[in-house]
Design a protein around this ligand. Sequence first.
Ligand SMILES: CC(C)(COP(=O)(O)OP(=O)(O)OC[C@H]1O[C@@H](n2cnc3c(N)ncnc32)[C@H](O)[C@@H]1OP(=O)(O)O)[C@@H](O)C(=O)NCCC(=O)NCCS
Length: 168
Amino acid sequence: MMALKHLNFAATLCTFKDPVTGRMLEMRYMSLDDLDQVCLLEEKIFPNPWPLNAFMSELMAPYSHSFTVRDRKVVAAYAVTWFLDEEFHLSNIAVDGAYRRHGIATWMMTEFLQMCRKTGINIAHLEVRRSNTSAVKLYQKFGFSVTGVRKNYYESEHEDALMMSCKL
Ligand SMILES: CC(C)(COP(=O)(O)OP(=O)(O)OC[C@H]1O[C@@H](n2cnc3c(N)ncnc32)[C@H](O)[C@@H]1OP(=O)(O)O)[C@@H](O)C(=O)NCCC(=O)NCCS
């Protein structure tokens, strides 16, 4: 399993055999070289995509750990996580449409939560759009439950965010 922020961007942290393609996917720390592909995916997937400088700030922040999942040179998924003193926050996770329902997000979440347990973190938090049923189901699979609502959090779509937490 991965060690926290050793900043060896070339190192594969862990692997997962895609059950659909049979290919081995690799999880690595996100690097500056990944940002073109990550931003393209972010724009394809989200109505209010994070801009490039948001990902760059995350790469600089000591508490923030960003990851990519690669299928050879192609970024198939990515995530931005915060490992704080006593809590974990999932800031962003996305899987390219072509790779969905292959179990990739499940693998990523399993790795993140395992890392939390190893580093003594015992609570995980995230926010998700109320309408995002696939993501809500993913989080519920890991034991996350709704702990609050941020009304109109996604202002341009007038949509609430569900705050979800999970004790580890
Ligand atoms: C949510 C997302 C990350 C799931 O990624 P994924 O790799 O396809 O997820 P998995 O294959 O590991 O599926 C895990 C679970 O999520 C749920 N799920 C995923 N896609 C689903 C769908 N289309 N409909 C219903 N449930 C779904 C299921 O509970 C699934 O478990 P199961 O296969 O045992 O039923 C992916 O759909 C995505 O990138 N969505 C767009 C970005 C996004 O919404 N990110 C979350 C922001 S909070």
